[in-house]
Design a protein around this ligand. Structure first.
Ligand SMILES: [Zn+2]
Ligand SMILES: [Zn+2]
Length: 427
């Protein structure tokens, strides 16, 4: 076979979303909108500084994964790798602190990260997320968790939420020191990565997947034992709210989340029945989030407590498919128009248009001439009715309505066909 020309190949890590895939996307979008949050869309690219300042210069995202480029004017821009920072920027720029607080927003759209392409991970991927800005109470995080649960439930996915607190500016540095001291005295027993992390990235040791580090990790002092009074209170209240929700959760002392801007509460949603030993956590989590009380201030706004969560839509859909969760297309046609002969074909465009105008989902196969292939296609599509416009019907201004379930047929005046089908679909 001839090698495909470069122009028709896709760059690694991106994908087409074909028509037959769309029903999954429709479903995810329909369950995730209209949950009392207002939609926001921000540009695909922003100044690089936005992410350097917020996500953190030492993070994997900024260090290795950003698609950055210089414009002809010399500006350094990046394709957005995540959406919390852009939403926080928009909150500041548009003076949303003057609106009733908290401001509840949601978004959905493509993000870009230069990662090694692997199953379920793309360089252009889509995220859905919510952000609640201007809310200090832990009820905010609890509500976000509840909302994501509701979504997973609507998609028939069973999840478990893991939660933790990673403290604040006051108590986290103290805990980091304690953790460093603990790891330093065991540096010979841990992997090279963990040894390296002992500096500024010490919390990341809790993420380590190396076999030899697991025992050490389990003996490490948990952060919840070292929270300041304010953080401990916040976490306690948060747990009380979550208990009220009556959903499966566990405290995971090792949950830290990779981004710099998180403070206090962090959480992740995991499929309820996964083998965590086998799968690396980064690959199995279906979503996550947390509180980010410093982000708005960090970007130049006034101090604004906030929290949010996000999920990757490609991964979610991959999980749905893998778990055989079937989704019916909402736009599945209900009616199939069959035309036979030249006179009928000429009339059929107008009939088709009448159904579109009346918002009844209809399809056809104008390329086919005889009845059998058209009927079998109608059958395959699972439509409720096939309309048969033959030569005789076309001359007499009538049309046959065939009930695909029972196989019964009746002839009606062409001018009544929309009305008749409507009646049938309703009943
Ligand atoms: Zn604290
Ligand atoms: Zn390690």
């Amino acid at each position: 076979m001839a090698k495909r020309k470069k122009g028709t190949q896709l760059p690694p890590g991106v994908h087409d979303i074909l028509p037959e895939e769309q029903r999954y996307w429709e479903r995810v979008r329909s369950v995730s909108s209209g949950l009392g949050f207002r939609r926001i869309d921000t540009p695909i690219f922003e100044f690089a500084d936005l992410f350097m300042k917020s996500v953190g210069a030492a993070s994997d995202i900024v260090e290795k994964q950003m698609y950055s480029f210089r414009t002809k004017g010399g500006d350094k821009l990046v394709l957005r790798p995540e959406e919390t920072a852009p939403v926080a920027r928009a909150y500041i720029v548009h003076g949303m602190h003057t609106l009733p607080q908290p401001v509840k927003l949601y978004y959905e759209g493509p993000m870009f990260r230069y990662e090694s392409p692997q199953k379920g991970r793309y360089r252009q991927f889509h995220q859905y997320g919510v952000e609640v800005l201007g809310g200090e109470s832990p009820i905010v995080e609890a509500q976000i968790i509840q909302l994501f649960f509701r979504m997973f439930q609507a998609l028939k996915i069973k999840v478990l939420v893991e939660i933790n607190s990673i403290g604040c500016k006051q108590c986290r540095p103290i805990y980091k020191k304690i953790l460093s001291t603990y790891y330093r005295s065991r540096s010979r027993q841990v992997c090279a990565d963990c040894r390296k992390r002992s500096g500024k990235n010490i919390l990341r040791v809790l993420d380590c997947k190396e076999e030899k580090c697991q025992m050490i990790k389990q003996g490490a002092p948990p952060i919840v034992d070292h929270l300041c009074d304010a953080c401990r209170n916040h976490f306690k209240m948060f747990l009380e709210y979550v208990e009220e929700l009556d959903l499966p959760f566990v405290i995971n002392h090792y949950l830290v989340r990779g981004l710099d801007y998180y403070s206090r509460t962090v959480f992740e949603f995991l499929p309820e029945n996964i083998d965590k030993e086998e799968a690396s956590r980064a690959q199995v989590a279906l979503g996550g989030g947390g509180r980010y009380d410093y982000l708005v201030e960090l970007l130049g706004g006034r101090p604004t407590p906030a929290a949010g969560a996000a999920l990757g839509i490609e991964r979610l859909i991959a999980y749905m498919k893998q778990s055989n969760i079937e989704i019916e297309s909402k736009t599945k046609p209900r009616v199939f128009l069959i035309q036979l002969g030249e006179v009928a074909k000429k009339k059929s465009l107008k009939v088709f248009d009448e159904f579109i105008k009346n918002k009844i989902s209809i399809t056809e196969s104008f390329g086919k001439e005889s009845i059998d292939p058209q009927l079998s296609l109608a059958n395959k599509l699972g439509v409720a009715y096939a309309l048969i416009l033959g030569h005789k019907e076309a001359l007499e201004e009538t049309i046959i309505i065939r009930d695909m379930k029972t196989g019964t047929q009746r002839t009606v005046p062409l001018s009544d066909v929309v009305k008749e089908v409507k009646k049938g679909l309703r009943g």
